[in-house]
Design a binder for this molecule. Structure first.
Ligand SMILES: Nc1nc2c(ncn2[C@@H]2O[C@H](COP(=O)(O)OP(=O)(O)OP(=O)(O)O)[C@@H](O)[C@H]2O)c(=O)[nH]1
Ligand SMILES: [Mg+2]
Length: 498
């Protein structure tokens, strides 16, 4: 599949091309506002001005008018150049759920914490939606478990056990009745998911299996929703604050949550839930697991999301969102424009329209995802997809002047998975007999990403690599400072501006 890149008028392969295919070569682009008008157009403009201003049509007058226009053009070019020198463009790239938006929030926290402060109450509805989604996913899994238990054929997951055998998911009548009762009490809460979803993101991320991406018949989509491919646009968080319907949905959810928090806790602690997570490998979003453990606090009447909550929230980015912030660094004040992109495959064609003049790319690869596959392509391992994506970026000519920073993210999850005994070689055969511990695994992934860059970066740029946990505020702020210094030093060196 090929995609026409709107701003460049070029044909690009579906982004990214299969490794190791390179992107097609690109047509150089002219920047608006920097072209000197041809002498023909200068003369014709001076002629017409002489008509209205009363200047004579002599060659000397025409030359004077032409000089004036030249000066204007120079002044405008100088103004634009000065502005560009004071502006730093940084793009956050990587697959879906790699942590781009979380890093963007960390930038906001570090450089513009007042804006995060202002947004804080608006995140409440997203926290509720994440929590309810997790509750629904658990109930659906238990439903499946109970109905499968009565079937003769019962497929086992890796590490699973025979039904009824020791260590099996309990499916006895008592367990089933307990879960049925919990579900009955939770139905009013679950039924709110649709309205929260349509307020927050028009069904982008919160729809569950079996629910159509457009929310299904009868779900009214809000007017701000915008179709991008088969998905629908997510709403800017600032807008939620001003929406009265979002307020109503939030207050209703808060009310129901207040009266059902103890039921959610009982469900989360139920022996069947622990068993489906351990034995059936039920995968809940990181945000869901976090909020389920904090349900009492979240259900309080006066609840306002903490910074930790905001960093844990999962809200899929759709399209490319620009965030401007003033950064006071190395003796100057600069406007940083941070572009946070949607990382799902259907979103990637939109990236190239923003590649112009990018100063730096921060690429996030979640290395804990070695045992996961893309949601949009269940046959592609997520580490493999990240490597392909990095190659596409290293070989893209539009990005040749951009500095590259690679963040191997979610190392906290990597640690947890390895400690829980998940074997890398079961998913990545080339890992072979290497020890299944954190330091070996981190070095293994690091060397693979470095090799992919070394082999394909025709521009021979340095690649700065960090192992990160985007939820760790202190550690991420150190990385933001050091990556920021690096980006600024190169920018200053290139523009000659101090
Ligand atoms: N445990 C853990 N969770 C993380 C880390 N970084 C991000 N997350 C969580 O992962 C989820 C996805 O993160 P996002 O920042 O929304 O991912 P994204 O790359 O913006 O995803 P798209 O917008 O779909 O492209 C969120 O719930 C985050 O809280 C990390 O280092 N460790
Ligand atoms: Mg995002």
């Amino acid at each position: 599949m090929y995609i026409i890149c709107a701003r460049h008028g070029q044909i690009l392969p579906d982004f990214p091309p299969p490794f190791p295919t390179l992107m097609l070569s690109l047509i150089p682009q002219r920047r608006p506002g920097r072209t000197r008008p041809s002498s023909a157009s200068v003369v014709s403009r001076s002629t017409s001005s002489s008509d209205s201003s009363g200047l004579s049509d002599s060659p000397a007058a025409a030359r004077r008018a032409s000089d004036l226009i030249d000066e204007d053009i120079k002044r405008e070019a100088a103004r634009q150049q000065a502005q560009r020198k004071k502006e730093v463009k940084v793009m956050l790239l990587g697959q879906a759920e790699s942590g781009k938006s979380t890093l963007r929030k960390q930038f906001q926290l570090y450089h513009a914490s007042h804006t995060l402060e202002a947004e804080r109450p608006s995140w409440r509805i997203v926290v509720y939606a994440n929590l309810i989604k997790a509750v629904r996913a658990i109930l659906e899994e238990l439903d499946y478990e109970f109905s499968s238990a009565s079937d003769e054929y019962y497929p086992l997951e890796e590490g699973g056990v025979d039904p009824g055998g020791p260590g099996a998911v309990p499916t006895d009548a008592a367990a089933q009745n307990e879960v049925i009762e919990l579900r009955r009490k939770l139905l009013p809460l679950i039924s709110l998911e649709g309205s929260l979803t349509s307020e927050v993101s028009a069904g982008v991320d919160f729809v569950g299996p079996g629910v159509r991406i457009d929310g299904g018949p009868g779900l009214k989509l809000p007017p701000w929703s915008k179709k991008t491919g088969s998905r629908l646009g997510s709403r800017p968080v600032e807008e939620l604050r001003q929406s009265s319907t979002a307020q109503v949905a939030t207050n209703r959810a808060a009310q129901v949550l207040g009266s059902t928090a103890h039921v959610i806790e009982a469900l989360w602690r139920h022996r069947c839930v622990e068993a489906v997570i351990r034995l059936r490998k039920l995968r809940l979003d990181e945000s869901g697991v976090f909020f389920l453990g904090q349900v009492r606090r979240i259900a309080e009447t006066e609840y306002i999301p903490s910074t930790e909550d905001i960093l844990h929230v999962r809200l899929q980015t759709v399209g490319v969102i620009e965030h401007s912030m003033m950064v006071n660094t190395l003796g100057g004040i600069y406007t940083w424009k941070i572009y946070d992109v949607g990382g799902a495959r259907s979103q990637r064609p939109a990236w190239c329209s923003y590649f112009d003049d990018v100063n730096a790319l921060i690429f996030l690869a979640p290395i804990s995802a070695f045992d996961q596959f893309l949601e949009e392509d269940p046959l592609t391992n997520r580490i493999h997809d990240s490597l392909q994506l990095l190659v596409s970026i290293c070989t893209n000519k539009l990005l040749k002047d951009a500095q590259l920073v690679l963040l191997l993210n979610k190392i906290d999850m990597l640690r947890k998975k390895l400690e829980a005994g998940v074997q890398i070689r079961q998913y990545i055969t080339s890992y072979a007999s290497r020890p299944n511990n954190f330091s070996t695994a981190a070095e293994y992934f690091r060397s693979h990403f470095l090799a992919a860059h070394r082999k394909t970066d025709v521009f021979q740029r340095r690649l700065y690599v960090h192992l990160t946990t985007m939820l760790d505020i202190q550690a991420t702020q150190i990385i933001i400072t050091s990556a920021g210094d690096l980006i600024m030093r190169k920018h200053i060196a290139q523009t000659g501006l101090a």
